[in-house]
Structures are given as structure tokens and as C-alpha cells.
Design a protein around this ligand. Structure first.
Ligand code: ADP
Ligand code: MG
Length: 264
């Protein structure tokens, strides 16, 4: 990975403290309610990296949308640094599985979007190059999304998030569509970005190994409606090593908690 030539200055208080307090959510489907989250409570300390692990369709993306302020929970409270979430905020950024870059804009043009929206482009244009450096895309600012590999496009999407100095980065299976080798590389890169920038990270994944490799704590959800089954602390320093026998032990624990212990 290319080292960052210009670093984005770390904000004084980098990551938020997050509290999810008894949050339940349901969708109304043709008059019948679909309960998706059921009394979910957990917290994240400022700068903590938490993985949210659960079966497909259980409600993980819904929870991230609530935290991004794109939707309101049916009940319960979402608190960031002591204040309830009232809507979207550039300090809380959601990165999707699909990089969703505008094809008619260059990579730099895509990364510029957040600054443009906030009227900061003129004064902070140099942050675009810094964000591209940070994700290893120096020299690709003038490229178009169609000229990028899947991994590069996802890096561009990360740069587009990081240019806003997020204090809470919500990652919705951001590596889910990448090939396994790119995925391994980018897992290490995500750790590095998190360590450099200091944001609080919430990573949704259905990959046990990824959750344990990246996060300090793993919150395990049940099938829909998602409720918290367990939390697993991952007390291992970074950089971590995939062959670490303690990771293998934790993997066994987590698979058992998911009811998949017999596959060990
Ligand atoms: P996950 O990310 O864990 O795979 P989601 O949060 O995307 O799950 O979805 C949880 C459930 O909520 C799914 O059954 C999905 O079909 C349903 N759902 C998600 N968004 C909506 C919506 N806007 N309207 C109705 N149902 C939805
Ligand atoms: Mg999802």
C-alpha cells in the first residue's frame, strides 16, 4: 500500500461516543408490520471499532440507515455524543457495498462531492488529493469510475467518505463484493485508515473472520427481527495476523454463538 504523502489532519476529538438504546424498528408492508430490529442496545466508545455480525436480512443495513439519520426508529433512542440523532450529518457517513460513484465524474470529482455540498470546495480543495493519497489512489484523480477495478472503486468511495472527516464511519459490507485477495488487502487498509483518522467505526459484515480481524468488539445479531445475541471482545493488538491461534479460538466461539459450532 502506498504511504500517505499528505495526511488529512486528525480532528481534535476524532470519534464519537455512540449509544443505541432499546431501538426497535418495523416496516409497514401492505398493512402487515415487518419487525426488523427488536430492542437493540449497545454502545461504542469514541474511536472504537465495532463489527456488527448477523445473518443476511436480519436488519443490519436498516440499523446503519437509522444511524446515518436516513430513517427514524419506530422506538428507542440513538445518541451521538449525548445528543439524539436528528437527521443526516456529514460527520456520520455511510459507505455501501456498492461504491455508487457517479460515472460522469472523475474520481476527484466524486471525492469532491461532500465538500461541494457544504460549500467548502474552494477553501479545502487540497483535501481531495490528501484523501486520495490516504486510500492509495494518488494519481487516479483524473480517472473515470469505469477505468477502475472493483477494489479501486471502493477505495474511491472510502476517499469520498474520508474527505468529510467523519467522526462516525458506518461501513455496510464495504468489501462484500471484492475478490478474496483484494478483500484481504483492503481489510488491512481499513484498519490503517481507522488508526490514522481516529473515527468511531461500525462495520456491518456477515463474515466472521472479517469481523474478528478488524474489530475490537463484535456484536452478534439474531435472525430477523435482529436482537443482540452476544458481544465478543477481541483483545488483540494491531496489526493482527490471520494465523493467530487466538483468532481461531474466537472464531470458534462466534460460530457457536451463531449456532454453527458443529461446522468447526
Ligand atoms: P441486512 O442488512 O441484515 O441483510 P436489511 O436491514 O437490509 O438486512 O433488511 C432487513 C429486512 O427489512 C429485510 O427483510 C428487508 O426486506 C426489509 N426491508 C429493508 N428495507 C425495507 C423497506 N424500506 N421497506 C420494507 N422492508 C424493508
Ligand atoms: Mg445489508
Amino acid at each position: 500500500m502506498v504511504a500517505a504523502a499528505r495526511a488529512i489532519p486528525v480532528p481534535e476529538t476524532a470519534g464519537v461516543r455512540l449509544e443505541v438504546d432499546e431501538v426497535s424498528h418495523q416496516f409497514e408492508l401492505e398493512k402487515a408490520p415487518l419487525p426488523v430490529l427488536w430492542q437493540v442496545s449497545f454502545s461504542a466508545a469514541p474511536g472504537e471499532f465495532v463489527a456488527l455480525l448477523g445473518p443476511s436480512g436480519c436488519g443490519k443495513s436498516t440499523l446503519l440507515r437509522l444511524l446515518a439519520g436516513l430513517d427514524e426508529p419506530t422506538s428507542g433512542r440513538l445518541i451521538v455524543d449525548g445528543a439524539p440523532i436528528a437527521g443526516p450529518d456529514p460527520a456520520r457517513i455511510l459507505v455501501f457495498q456498492d461504491p455508487t460513484l457517479y460515472p460522469w465524474r472523475t474520481v476527484a470529482g466524486n471525492v469532491a462531492l461532500g465538500l461541494e455540498a457544504r460549500g467548502l470546495l474552494r477553501s479545502q480543495r487540497d483535501r481531495i488529493g490528501a484523501a486520495l493519497d490516504l486510500v492509495g489512489l494518488s494519481g487516479f484523480g483524473a480517472a473515470y469510475p469505469r477505468q477502475l477495478s472493483g477494489g479501486m472503486a471502493q477505495r474511491a468511495a472510502l476517499a469520498r467518505a474520508l474527505v468529510n472527516d467523519p467522526r462516525l464511519l458506518l461501513l455496510d459490507e464495504p468489501l462484500g463484493k471484492l475478490d478474496s485477495l483484494t478483500r484481504i488487502t483492503m481489510q488491512a487498509e481499513l484498519v490503517r485508515l481507522w488508526q490514522e483518522a481516529g473515527f468511531t467505526a461500525l462495520l456491518v459484515t456477515h463474515d466472521v473472520e472479517e469481523a474478528l480481524f478488524l474489530a475490537q468488539r463484535v456484536v452478534i445479531f439474531s435472525d430477523r427481527p435482529a436482537r443482540i445475541k452476544a458481544e465478543v471482545q477481541v483483545d488483540l493488538s494491531y496489526p493482527r495476523h490471520r494465523g493467530d491461534p487466538r483468532l481461531a479460538d474466537l472464531r470458534h466461539d462466534v460460530l457457536s454463538l451463531l449456532g454453527l459450532g458443529q461446522t468447526w
